[in-house]
Ligand binder design. Structure first.
Ligand code: FAD
Ligand code: PYC
Length: 416
């Protein structure tokens, strides 16, 4: 992979970057590929990268209808953790956590993974019982987790309102110290650059508009840039998974909802960790620029508009000010929405489908950013071998007919 010297940086700055080499090529689509990945978000790009790196399949195209990372990857609040309750989910997210821990080195690209810790607050005796249960379950699975008392919280997060007279007083929290945040755009760019270097074609402005299926096997896709053939196609389009499934004559057990996030004007460092509360229902961290990054729950209705509605904005602000009264004087800068794909058990679908050669990776809902490397890793395995890896076997489509759901609404953190 090419490295840039200080001299070359200076030369490019003086020439207004005219000679700057793009981080990935802009190829014309070929007529056919050994594998196609539909969706150029973090999960799709990671899938292509691991197909090339781990399985030697590099004649791969990533087809993205807009620009890479322009979907939920570039719209999320970047919280990374692996403290899920059930072993099936915990091991999958922990695989991802381990990949995060070496990702900048692996991609030779700084994804700014910052393990600043993630606190999940408890506000009632039942919250605390759930926290203790989840912490114990995490530790049994080898995942770091601690129960934190309210006195410890007051010391660790000085501006958090731990007064017993709060509307929903904080009683304690769980803490995953290895959790934290990463820079979302850098994750997309890092995977794109590394996949491109291994020969993957990243094709932006290329919308998939139809599927070619013959005799129960997939043979290619129709796109806004012409037909492209492949007998191995992975669809990773988050909120649009239902739309793509319909093109293949399938119906997925997911619903698409808007999910909003907000940032404030930048302020001096006041919060060096991530704080989430399921009860008052808000979460907040502080970006490296100083902005407070805030979110809460999904909008209740289904939709594909990448924008939100006022009741959620009001609710989110109420929650954050209740937790951090000092933030009431901060001005909000902007807000945006993404479309999240929610499965009934709040767990992903990473699976073969009844159409041979066609695979779906979706249903990550409000919590898939943290899974980006792990999701790509297991999906690449599934596409390369035609069978799930043991880590994603519990997340096949069959679970919705067998009833073997992995219920993770408690750990999903954002209610849906
Ligand atoms: P995306 O990044 O959405 O990529 C899918 C891509 O498919 C898009 O770029 C889209 O343009 C493309 N596409 C769609 N249709 C087509 C088509 N027909 N042809 C070609 N391309 C197509 N998760 C966390 O773990 N932590 C968080 O803190 C967190 N916060 C969130 C906050 C918000 C506001 C939102 C919206 C989500 C949040 N999430 C969080 C969830 C997380 O963002 C997603 O689960 C994750 O980013 C999904 O990644 P992806 O690559 O599957 O999807
Ligand atoms: O899954 O941790 C999470 C999360 C936080 C905010 C949105 N999703």
């Amino acid at each position: 992979m090419k490295r840039y010297s200080a001299f070359s940086l200076l030369r490019n700055a003086l020439s207004h970057n005219r000679n700057w080499r793009p981080a990935w090529r802009n190829p014309e689509p070929k007529k056919s590929y050994d594998a196609i990945v539909v969706g150029g978000g973090g999960h799709g790009l990671a899938t292509a990268y691991y197909l090339a790196k781990e399985h030697g399949i590099s004649n791969v195209a990533v087809l993205e209808k807009g620009w890479i990372g322009g979907g939920n990857t570039g719209r999320n609040t970047t919280i990374v953790r692996s403290n899920y309750l059930w072993t099936e989910a915990a091991l999958l997210y922990e695989k991802s956590m381990k990949l995060w821990e070496g990702l900048s080195q692996d991609l030779n690209y700084n994804v700014m993974f910052s393990q600043r810790g993630v606190y999940n607050l408890g506000h009632s005796p039942q919250d605390m019982r759930d926290i203790e249960r989840r912490v114990n379950a995490n530790r049994l699975n080898g995942i770091d987790a601690e129960v934190i008392s309210v006195a410890e919280l007051g010391k660790a997060i000085p501006y958090l309102n731990v007064s017993s007279s709060a509307r929903y007083p904080v009683l304690g929290a769980s803490l995953q110290r290895r959790g934290g945040v990463a820079r979302h755009d850098a994750v997309a760019w890092g995977f794109a650059r590394a996949a491109d270097a291994l020969g993957v074609d990243i094709i932006e402005q290329c919308e998939v508009t139809g599927m070619e299926i013959r005799g129960g096997k997939v043979t290619g896709v129709r796109t806004t840039r012409g037909p492209i053939a492949s007998d191995r196609i992975g669809v990773v389009v988050a909120g649009h998974a239902g739309v793509l499934a319909k093109m293949a004559g399938l119906r997925l057990p997911i619903e698409s909802h808007p999910l909003q996030a907000f940032v404030s004007e930048p302020i001096k460092p006041v919060l060096d960790t991530v704080v989430m509360s399921g009860a008052v229902h808000g979460y907040v961290s502080q970006s490296d620029k100083g902005e407070l990054v805030i979110g809460s729950g999904i909008d209740a209705y289904n939709g594909y508009g990448q924008r939100g509605s006022f009741p959620v904005i009001e609710h989110a602000m109420q929650a954050i000010i209740e937790l951090f009264p000092i933030f009431s004087r901060v001005r909000m800068l902007r807000l945006w929405g993404g479309i999240v794909d929610v499965a009934p058990d709040a767990c992903p679908i990473v699976s073969k489908t009844p159409v041979e050669g066609l695979y779906f990776n979706c249903g990550w809902g409000t919590g898939g950013f943290k899974a980006t490397p792990g999701s790509g890793w297991v999906f690449a395995h599934t596409m390369a071998h035609g069978e799930a890896h043991e880590l994603n076997a519990p997340f096949s489509l069959e679970r919705f007919s067998s009833g073997a759901l992995v219920y993770e609404h408690g750990a999903a953190a954002v209610a849906h």
